[in-house]
Design a protein around this ligand. Structure first.
Ligand SMILES: [Zn+2]
Length: 413
């Protein structure tokens, strides 16, 4: 354990990142408290002082939970690095002889442990936080079913994939990870269609979009020259009162999905604006561009993991006494993942630019007013923080602060 330089290095990096996160959380809490008591002018008509106060308390409660989660995550990482990884491999070795089966068991033990650690926080978030602020609509039975179903799906999909990866690692000479990369790219491409047809229906019901909304949306599609495969609504209301919408799939098989919660909370003109915003992402090829970026990042990740995972020094440098190819993969991913905060911040910056572009597209298609109204109402209904800390927002948010989005739309009027 003492002679495990890479374990200590990773733990040090994790501690630094957790420290930085907690510092950002404090900045954000200060910004949220500073905004307490006065609603920005653009929101004053829609957001009442009580609703603003609720958003303030909600943001602070979320930061508190997030802080506890970060500290727990750091402790779990420390345990995994210094004891857990090796212990998982040792336990698997008690049950199975060396081979693919044993490696899969190592993965299973680590994944179950991770799920178990996250479970109290999921329960706290759902029945403590979200419940208290009136967002939660799920019960313990449904939550338990969701967690179990996700575990089963992960085993059913992830198991064979990992087995294939381990087989490649063992039997292929040369850069086996190139094949892994190709497989991952194929999964990324097929993902949306498979997800919406096979996975999502296990959790939610989808039906054709109700006519009162579908008609204006179809008119919008005709006007903008988009072709989509289907307009759907999803019964998100069985879990949460939060509204959302998304476009998924490629080419003409694209599907537009609106949450029922969104439909019930917004008048048709605003729904049209929300759909126009989503079409803006398609129009500006954000999805395609994101896919291209994802494929490149995946290549770098596969190359790094492919090279690192089979280095003979890797597992000893983590103090592993019971080496296994599964641990090679996990530890290589951990090392390669150290760059992910940087990638995340860069990705967020790009994503925020894209949001402004999609808003501008919606403004050109349906006008600024309905888009502004939709954003303000969404911010109110989701108890969003209207004026976050700049640095916190740069690191954590994929969307620009709603105040800036509204300001950009107003400027263009
Ligand atoms: Zn967007």
């Amino acid at each position: 354990m003492i002679a495990a330089p890479l374990a200590w290095f990773c733990l040090g990096c994790s501690a630094l990142m957790a420290g930085a996160s907690l510092w950002l959380d404090r900045r954000q809490a200060r910004a949220v408290r500073a905004g307490r008591g006065h609603v920005p002018a653009a929101f004053a008509e829609t957001v009442s002082p009580e609703q603003h106060e609720k958003a303030t308390s909600y943001a602070l409660a979320r930061l508190r939970l997030g802080g506890v989660e970060r500290v727990a995550g750091l402790l779990a990482t420390g345990f995994a690095l210094l004891i857990g990884f090796d212990l998982a491999s040792f336990l698997a070795g008690l049950v199975l002889p060396p081979g693919i089966g044993r490696s899969l068991l190592v993965f299973a033990i680590l994944f179950l442990a991770q799920t178990a650690i996250g479970l109290p926080f999921l329960v706290w978030r759902t029945f403590g936080l979200e419940q208290r602020f009136g967002f939660n609509r799920t019960g313990p039975a449904r939550l338990a079913r969701d967690v179990l179903l996700r575990l089963l799906l992960t085993a059913a999909i992830g198991g064979p994939l990992l087995a294939g990866l381990l087989l490649l690692m063992r039997h292929m000479r040369g850069p086996w990870w190139v094949l892994a990369w190709i497989a991952l790219v194929a999964i990324t491409l097929a993902g949306p269609a498979v997800y919406l047809r096979l996975v999502a229906p296990l959790f939610n019901r989808f039906r054709p979009l109700r006519a009162s909304v579908a008609d204006p949306v179809r008119a919008l599609l005709d006007r903008t020259g988009f072709r989509v495969g289907a307009l759907l609504e999803m019964d998100a209301s069985r879990r949460s009162s939060r509204g959302n919408a998304f476009v998924t799939g490629w080419g003409r098989a694209k599907r537009i999905v609106l949450f029922d919660t969104l439909i019930e909370a917004h008048p048709p003109a605003e729904l049209e604006a929300v759909v126009a915003h989503e079409l803006g992402h398609v129009h500006h090829r954000h999805v395609l561009f994101g896919l291209f970026r994802g494929v490149l990042v995946l290549f770098g990740l596969c190359a790094a993991v492919g090279w690192l995972s089979v280095r003979p020094w890797l597992q000893p440098a983590f103090g592993i006494d019971h080496p296994d190819p599964a641990l090679g993969l996990v530890l290589a991913m951990l090392l390669a993942g150290l760059v992910s905060p940087m990638l995340g911040v860069a990705g967020n910056a790009l994503s925020r630019r894209h949001e402004f572009q999609a808003d501008a597209f919606a403004r050109r298609m349906v006008g600024a007013r309905p888009m502004i109204d939709a954003l303000v109402r969404l911010a109110r209904d989701n108890a969003a923080t209207i004026v976050p800390d700049r640095l916190y927002s740069l690191v954590h948010h994929t969307h620009p602060p709603v105040l800036l989005r509204v300001a950009a739309l107003q400027r263009a009027v």
